[in-house]
Design a protein around this ligand. Structure first.
Ligand SMILES: Cc1cc2nc3c(=O)[nH]c(=O)nc-3n(C[C@H](O)[C@H](O)[C@H](O)COP(=O)(O)OP(=O)(O)OC[C@H]3O[C@@H](n4cnc5c(N)ncnc54)[C@H](O)[C@@H]3O)c2cc1C
Length: 393
């Protein structure tokens, strides 16, 4: 039976990040992915590498600071994959947040981002509004411009795995995790590859199966805590109209939620929604009412597109957020990365869920810190904030 220090279930951004962090720290690591890298949530996000301006309102300052730090690291190490973009927030007579409130928020954003050049913001002069892709100017009081970054989430995930493999990480794919049996010294992990059952030994098993993490957690014997979470669906649509100015951050005319209208490969990507989801994670897809909700945003803010219908949608996808179970609305719930372990001292299983694409490197570092008591001393091979990530072929 092959032996590893760390075995990871799930080739999304979190699994990829832990794989890279483990081999960079000098450990022998294996990633098990049942379909393809980034085939789950990590190809269905809004594709933003951002501090999360709106999280300031819910007081998640630590999350915003960490995300802005990670944004800066990724702009440096993944410049082929992460690009700084202008973001525009139009403020109309009836917009909830006034320009001065946004500017206070952006001042805090700049402070938490260390006042680097990319945190600069200001108002777009009225004379330049005509260059904003046909944005509605009736009742427009101001347009605030700031910067955040956009990526290709699936390519980023693949780039991180490639980086990990260049340091000796192993990948089993397609390979489905079946079960894990815990002993005092570690875990025996069983997975299915090409119709055959394979068993390997690990000192620690990382459950990074995203929306499937609860299913994976139930396949651990003896039983370990299953995270108390809820799945919340987020849909995106692609429209065949190019945007050139940047990313528009607008309030939905239906319910005031924040929605992004973004340039995407010569077209426009619009998202997202928050719809509680209780079904099988494999079956998630945008609902007709979610598509109508997103179309209403585009029709409202871009009058030249006010005849859009669902027939104009060229691509649609939905992903699942894994959020801590709670009574407040999904929009207001914490977006921190969450961890559970089978025991406090020397964990054998760690489950990572929630979180953001942006924070994958910091989340992986936290995982390594939490599982370090279960691992022997090792000789570090690399620092992940110095490993350059290239766009995969
Ligand atoms: C709608 C939406 C928009 C978002 N937008 C942003 C954004 O703009 N910026 C940002 O920073 N974050 C964003 N996020 C958050 C971010 O996308 C997620 O936090 C992140 O992608 C989660 O990655 P993950 O690796 O935990 O899960 P996943 O990407 O879902 O990966 C889990 C993997 O596990 C595999 N798997 C499952 N079961 C098994 C098994 N039994 N055996 C083997 N493999 C298995 C799956 O195939 C899958 O590949 C968004 C999330 C959503 C839902």
């Amino acid at each position: 039976m092959k032996e590893y220090d760390v075995v990871i279930i799930g080739g999304g951004i979190h699994g990829a990040g832990v794989l890279q962090a483990a081999v960079a720290a000098g450990y022998k690591a294996l990633l098990i992915e049942r379909q393809a890298l980034a085939s789950g949530t990590s190809s269905k996000s809004s594709k933003l590498i951002h501090g999360g301006l709106r999280y300031l309102e819910s007081g998640q300052f630590a999350l915003v600071r960490e995300s802005l730090q990670e944004r800066a690291v990724l702009l440096r190490i993944a410049s082929e994959l992460v690009e700084l973009k202008p973001f525009y927030i139009p403020v109309y007579r009836d917009t909830r947040r006034r320009p001065w409130q946004l500017k206070i928020g952006l001042m805090a954003y700049a402070l938490l981002g260390g006042f680097v050049a990319s945190t600069r913001f200001g108002s777009v002069p009225t004379a330049e509004w005509s260059k904003l892709d046909g944005l509605k100017t009736q009742d427009l009081d101001a347009v605030i411009r700031y910067h955040d970054a956009q990526t290709n989430d699936a390519q980023l995930t693949r780039a991180v795995v490639k980086s990990a493999m260049s340091l000796g990480a192993e990948l089993a794919m397609p390979a489905r995790f079946i079960r894990a049996v815990l002993s005092d010294v570690g875990v025996v992990v069983t997975y299915n590859a090409s119709g055959a059952e394979v068993q390997v030994k690990a000192r620690v098993l990382i459950n990074a199966a995203g929306p499937w993490a609860m299913q994976a957690a139930r396949a651990v014997e003896p039983a370990t805590p299953v995270p108390d979470v809820e799945l919340v669906q987020g849909a995106h649509i692609v429209l065949p109209y190019p945007l050139t100015a940047g990313i528009f951050y607008v309030e939905s005319p239906t319910d005031g939620r924040a929605v992004f209208v973004m340039p995407w490969h010569g077209a426009t990507l619009v998202g997202t929604t928050e719809t509680p989801y209780r079904g099988d994670p494999d079956q998630v897809q945008p609902l007709p009412e979610e598509e109508e909700y997103l179309l209403a945003v585009v029709r409202h803010y871009f009058p030249r597109l006010n005849t859009l219908t669902r027939d104009d949608i060229t691509e649609r996808f939905a992903g699942l957020r894994v959020l801590p179970a709670a009574t407040q609305s999904a929009f207001d719930r914490s977006r921190e990365t969450l961890f559970t372990t089978d025991r406090d001292a020397r964990p054998r299983v760690l489950c990572i869920y929630g979180g953001k694409l942006t924070g994958w490197r910091a989340a992986a570092a936290q995982v390594m810190q939490r599982i370090s008591p279960s691992l022997p001393a090792a000789v570090k091979r690399a620092e992940t904030d110095l490993l350059i990530l290239r766009r995969p072929a």
